[in-house]
Design a protein around this ligand. Structure first.
Ligand code: ADP
Ligand code: MG
Length: 629
């Protein structure tokens, strides 16, 4: 089945034991790094059965769509329910889960407690409930979402359905919390290793980051990413690289969606070698042969660092993750940290500003999703992006509102002329005929009302490119034949229970606030500990951070390599070799007697031989070279 459905030849590390646990009907918590293949763990057990529905709770709309698309391409019936859909769309999708043969239902956490969902859920026959990004259920996690707490209601409605919780980040405390909140019965935790033996992690403390960055890019062949903190930074550094003759592009949240897609595609296909990007570049990157990831600026947590750096070497071939730090980074980070932590008054002001921006009256807004253009919002209110974002996060943690990631709105069209007039046009403009005919065949009713159309479906049906389809729509619009509302992507703002509250009812718990600040400070501290340390193997440091106590040294990070090098000139080894050479020992005996890496000993013997200190005869026995002999 693995080969037939997915085209994979084998399971990865912990996939199989986790799948077995799920198949045995046990509640299971799987801790696996990003990109390790968590989706397979709920897909395989579901498809191994003749029928039955798997419900997946997941917070990101874009990832949801991505997964649904992937399954549908394999002819597996999957649907998604999220806040960007109309009630009617949701109705149809849910009906398919009750009466149809849908195998996978993706749902965002805010949707779970709605009446319409609960009513249908009771008639569904789920065989598995998967909770993706399960750390969102815990206050101790770095991304707490109160809406996740509602997942427990599913457990109450279907007590016998096993739960599979998936996360890439969980300390012991978070893991315990996840199992408690999801009411695990005879639960089982399966922890994968966070080691990535093919990635060489290193930290470079330098005054001149550009120089160091260029050195890496010029020494490592192949594609890579440079992560920077700001949009301006991304543009500037891409420019610097291009000046050096390196094929580079930039990517950040300020670019139009179409532009972003284009740039990502250029990079994925190899037309562009280096992508300089902010952390907006991440979701849906599935490029196996990334050879290096350079961090030009430090991250706010090792979770984020590891996630970004881990995009290197998915193909398991040698890759490099380099963090650049300069002496003033720490003071910069400190300043940034305090400016990003808004006061309680500021948080309330953001809440009011959002309501004004969306024009939501007090008491309104519950359960409604509003298009929310963050950048316009910041601009209009003259707010600093980072600070406002943190304020919105704190509001979310208190359950007042949630900002989703982008949700797509399809393009919509309607004809403004009659069928007869259209016929005349088709005769006159032969070049438009094929397109119009296909359009009419695929979408009826476009003469009377606005209809959503899919540019990509039209592109497939006509054989044109998507750009060409858009261009033709624009032409028809200019000819005053259609009205055309191009599709767009916007994030959505969703109010919590009670909708918009009056200011005086907005209570930000000081504990939540303090907790969040303390946790953020602690994450920063550990990130700097990583950047400043040169004692502990980088991989081991990261693995320890993710709760793997018994990790081993990787042997390929800068710390491990430096250690090997320093051992090479180890005077103790030299003295020991001299001593053994005195007795005429063989190389094999030397290796056996000296406690060190055989490679290092061999190198040292070579060195001493070339320096004329010792001799090695044809039988491999050492001897001392005496000057006066
Ligand atoms: P996660 O959710 O853990 O971040 P995904 O489930 O999105 O990871 O999978 C990441 C990538 O790994 C996907 O491209 C997927 O197709 C691939 N993948 C998963 N399992 C295997 C496997 N056993 N063999 C090869 N590729 C796999
Ligand atoms: Mg995933």
């Amino acid at each position: 089945m693995l080969l037939r459905v997915w085209g994979y030849t084998s399971f990865r590390r912990t996939q199989l034991p986790t799948i077995m646990s799920v198949c045995e009907g046990r509640d299971t918590l799987a801790l696996m790094p990003t990109g390790a293949g968590k989706s397979l763990i709920y897909q395989v057990p579901t498809l191994a059965r003749e029928d039955g529905l798997c419900i997946i709770v997941t917070p990101l709309i874009s990832l949801m769509k991505d997964q649904v698309d992937k399954l549908r391409r394999k002819h597996i019936s999957a649907v998604a329910i999220h806040s960007g859909m109309t009630p009617r769309q949701i109705d149809i999708a849910l009906d398919n889960c009750v009466y149809g043969d849908t195998r996978f239902l993706y749902v965002s956490p805010e949707r779970i407690s709605t009446e319409i969902f609960k009513a249908r859920f009771e008639r569904m026959k789920p065989t598995l409930i998967a909770v993706d990004e399960a750390h969102c259920i815990s206050q101790w996690g770095y991304d707490f979402r109160p809406s996740y707490l509602r997942i427990a209601t599913l457990r109450k409605l279907a007590p016998d359905v096993p739960i599979l919780a998936l996360t890439a980040s969980a300390t012991d405390r978070v893991a315990e919390d996840i199992m408690k909140r999801l009411e695990f019965k005879n639960g089982c935790i399966i922890r994968s290793s966070f080691s990535r033996p093919n990635i060489s992690f290193s930290v470079r403390r330098v005054e001149n980051k550009n120089e160091q960055m260029l050195r890496v890019i010029n020494n490592v062949p192949g594609t890579g990413i440079v992560y920077v903190r700001t949009r301006e930074g991304a543009e500037q550094i891409a420019e610097i690289l291009r000046e050096q003759g390196i094929s580079a592009s930039y990517y950040h949240g300020g670019l139009e969606n179409a532009e972003r897609a284009l740039r990502q595609d250029d990079w994925t296909s190899g037309r562009c070698r280096v992508m300089v990007a902010t952390n907006a570049f991440g979701m849906g990157i599935d490029k196996p042969d990334v050879r290096f990831v350079i961090h030009y600026s430090i991250c706010d947590s090792l979770e984020h660092y590891y996630q970004e750096a881990g995009r290197a070497g998915r193909d398991e071939k040698k890759a490099y993750a380099v963090l650049l730090v300069s002496p003033d980074d720490k003071s910069k980070a400190k300043r940034m940290f305090s400016s990003e932590f808004p006061s309680l008054e500021f948080i309330k002001r953001v809440y009011e500003a959002i309501a004004n921006y969306l024009q939501v009256a007090v008491g309104d807004g519950e359960g409604i999703s509003y298009d929310f253009n963050i950048y316009e919002f910041y601009k209009r209110n003259r707010m600093f992006v980072g600070t406002a974002m943190n304020a919105i996060d704190i509001l979310r943690m208190n359950g007042y509102l949630t900002l989703t990631d982008e949700s797509e709105h399809p393009s919509r069209i309607m004809f403004t002329i009659s069928r007869d007039e259209l016929y005349k046009l088709r005769v006159e403009r032969g070049d438009l005929d094929h397109f119009i005919r296909t359009l009419l065949r695929m979408y009826d009713g476009v003469f009377t009302e606005f209809r959503s159309v899919s540019e990509s479906a039209l592109a497939t049906a006509t054989g044109y490119s998507i750009d060409r389809v858009r261009e033709l729509f624009r032409t028809l619009w200019q000819l005053r034949v259609i009205r055309y509302i191009p599709g767009r992507c916007t994030p959505l703002m969703i109010y919590g229970e009670g909708g918009r509250l009056p200011q005086e009812n907005l209570y930000i718990s000081p504990e939540t606030y303090k907790l969040r600040k303390d946790m953020a400070a602690e994450r920063y501290r550990r990130m700097f500990e990583y950047a400043e340390g040169d004692e502990m193997c980088r991989s081991r440091f990261i693995q320890n951070y993710f709760g793997e106590e018994d990790a081993e040294d990787c042997g390929v990070c800068d710390v491990c390599i430096a250690r090997k090098k320093s051992r090479k000139n180890n005077p103790d080894i030299e003295a020991a070799i001299m001593e053994l050479a005195e007795t005429g020992a063989s190389i094999r005996e030397v290796v056996r007697h000296i406690e060190s890496d055989p490679d290092i000993i061999a190198t040292q013997i070579d060195k001493m031989q070339s320096e004329g200190k010792i001799s090695v005869d044809s039988t491999g026995h050492l001897g001392i070279v005496r000057i006066n002999e």
